[in-house]
Design a binder for this molecule. Structure first.
Ligand code: PGA
Length: 250
């Protein structure tokens, strides 16, 4: 199975030209890594249609989708609208949406169900909670997993990419600290067990060119969700290359 590196640009960059340059720099190098890695770039909605043109090997993801298929929901975007612009993935349950925008487990659950119905691959983050400590993470992740996969047939789990991303490891959070490779690998294995072993599980939180080896060296970590470092094409490429290198050596 290929490793998956997901960029989460959040509300960046500020211009389409910067976005185009960022995507193109990675796209042009992807022939060197595409045999072992898959790259998904989750961009602000407004950049999805224009960036489509610059993506070949790179896949485009959105950072949200509505749980409603259509209708009256101001400010939201539907799964079918995303499909029309060849979006293949959608990031769900991110800490920032949970902590600042009131996204709940049951909303994430409903969004997963809608996304799957429209053949969008959900990339689902587990590990967001205000004030949760490292020692609480196994319990928290198990609770969130059960809630967000409620009423979902077991066979659908393999269509979901999960991410272990503790809020305390996200680079922009106050007093953040990246998880150690050992902790990330342990929690990734826990999530894999919860899924029955069929889903791919990534690690997210301050992954960058300086520490990526610490995560890529663990075979059970299927890739990374990358925020800040994905806004620098050299840094992002170094992350892709490292997962690629580790896969070749295995
Ligand atoms: P970070 O962000 O890599 O800057 O910590 C990751 C994320 O929020 O998904």
């Amino acid at each position: 199975m290929k490793k998956i590196i997901v960029a989460n640009w959040k509300m960046n960059p500020q211009t389409l030209e910067e976005a185009r340059v960022l995507v193109s720099r990675t796209e042009h190098r992807m022939h060197q890594a595409a045999d072992k890695t898959e790259v998904v770039i989750c961009v602000p909605f407004i950049f999805l249609p224009p960036l489509n043109h610059y993506c070949g090997r790179i896949k485009l993801g959105s950072q949200n989708v509505s749980w409603l298929e259509k209708g009256a929901l101001t400010g939201e975007v539907s799964a079918m609208q995303l499909r029309e612009f060849k979006v293949s993935h959608v990031l769900l349950g991110h800490s920032e949406r949970r902590l600042y925008l009131g996204e709940t487990d049951s909303m994430v659950n409903a969004k997963i169900i809608t996304a799957l119905k429209y053949k969008l691959t959900p990339i689902v983050c587990l590990g967001a909670s205000e004030g949760a400590k490292k020692t609480d993470m196994k319990k928290l992740v198990a609770k969130q997993f059960r809630a967000v996969t409620d009423n979902l047939a077991d066979k659908l789990l393999q269509k979901i990419i999960f991410v272990y991303e503790p809020a305390w490891a996200i680079s922009t959070m106050k007093n953040s600290a990246a998880a150690t490779g050992e902790h990330a690998a342990e929690l990734v294995s826990c999530i894999q067990k919860l899924t029955g072993g069929d889903s791919r599980v990534l690690y997210g939180g301050t992954v960058n060119q300086g520490n990526v080896h610490e995560y890529a060296m663990y075979p059970q970590i299927d890739g990374a969700l990358v925020g800040a470092a994905s806004l620098d094409s050299e840094n992002f490429w170094a992350i892709i290359k490292e997962f690629h290198r580790e896969s070749i050596h295995r």
